[in-house]
Unconditional design. Structure first.
Length: 372
């Protein structure tokens, strides 16, 4: 018996017709198959960011939901969609959800199906190899601080790495779309252009130890994040620390990074930020998106504020966050001190200050030379 062309996981429920096809493929040694009834169980059992899998899903009433769940999990999976037939809408869905291949009404001796299995296994292997390569390249870029002479070169390198990484998500259907648009001036999106979230994920996935230095576009925007074997231990940005510091760094424009590696035995873990890095990055990027919508209304950080006494009456109803922000205004006055000493996240404070100013609850005091 020949060696299996690929290892695959059958995800979800399968009809008797599909089960027969899968059993025949397995008995003939075309595939080595295991079964998982739910995507959640599959992710919990197999999820590893550095290892891809091949999943077989039957085209049924629930298959699109299963495929959507796979893509939402962000687990690297090459999906083979098997069915008796596919509609035009099905192919559009396949294109939009990066299905590696559709196998329509296959038979045991179907040469096309055998070819798909072989190509899928090869693509999976290459995908994992490229993943390791991109992680190494991004780590190298993080560890190197460009000077004024080669800053543009580093920007080009980061863009190139982002584009190449984006292309590793391509599949047979997606490549058709690329070829169709090849004559136009359309461009593929970068993978966040090596933003802070990407930098954090790279260090965490590689389980690196060291310090990530972060610089924003403004002189005062400097911070650092310490790691021990991929876990965040300490973060600092100006007067704030830990999660508040990290979320503040997500708000900086055009961040630059420098990662200094260290040996784990040379580091003392005073504490660990007990937060999954992927979840932290997702929250940080949500802060970033909210902040972008506020940019035209942001108060200068040297602004001095106070409560507008004439607006106080018993009919006022403030949200807990706005009430907390109003309390911070009374306590700290200056925007910069409110941001530094309040327990609330920066983006929450900015939103609260803007709402309070629009409602006449706070007023701007005459400028002072320094914040006290």
């Amino acid at each position: 018996m020949q060696s299996p062309l690929c290892q695959a996981i059958a995800l979800g429920e399968f009809s008797p017709w599909a089960k027969q096809i899968l059993n025949e493929w397995q008995s003939e040694g075309l595939i080595n198959l295991s079964y998982e009834a739910s995507v959640a169980h599959f992710v919990q059992k197999h999820a590893r960011p550095d290892q891809s899998h091949i999943a077989i899903v039957e085209n049924s009433n629930t298959s699109k939901q299963i495929i959507t769940q796979i893509r939402t999990s962000e687990h690297p999976v090459l999906i083979l969609w098997v069915g008796k037939s596919f509609s035009k809408e099905d192919f559009a869905f396949a294109l939009g959800n990066r299905i590696y291949a559709t196998i329509e009404n296959p038979a045991l001796a179907d040469k096309n199906a055998q070819s798909v299995f072989s190509r899928a296994d090869s693509a999976r292997t290459k995908k994992d190899q490229l993943k390791h390569l991109f992680q190494s390249l991004k780590t190298l870029l993080l560890q190197t601080e460009p000077d004024s002479k080669n800053k543009s070169l580093f920007a080009e390198l980061k863009a190139a790495v982002g584009k190449m990484e984006r292309l590793t998500d391509a599949n047979e259907l997606f490549n058709l779309e690329i070829r169709k648009e090849a004559g136009s001036q359309s461009t593929l999106p970068l993978h966040k252009s090596q933003g802070l979230g990407d930098a954090l994920l790279t260090i965490a996935e590689l389980e690196r130890t060291g310090t990530l230095w972060v610089r924003g576009a403004k002189p005062e925007e400097e911070g650092k994040i310490d790691f021990i074997q991929g876990q965040i231990t300490v973060a600092e940005a100006g007067a704030v620390t830990q999660l508040k510091a990290i979320y503040r760094m997500f708000l900086w424009d055009s961040p630059r990074f420098l990662f200094n590696r260290k040996n784990p035995e040379d580091c003392e873990a005073r504490e660990i930020i007990n937060r999954d890095v992927e979840a932290l990055v997702k929250e940080g990027e949500e802060h970033q998106l909210r902040f972008q919508t506020l940019k035209k209304e942001l108060p200068p950080t040297n602004l001095k504020l106070d409560i507008e006494a004439s607006s106080m009456n018993t009919s006022i109803a403030l949200s807990p966050l706005d009430f907390s922000t109003l309390t911070d205004v009374v306590a700290f006055k200056f925007v910069t001190d409110i941001l530094d000493y309040s327990k609330n996240w920066d983006v929450d404070l900015f939103e609260g200050l803007i709402r309070l100013k629009k409602s006449g609850m706070i007023k701007i005091l005459p400028a002072s030379p320094v914040a006290v």
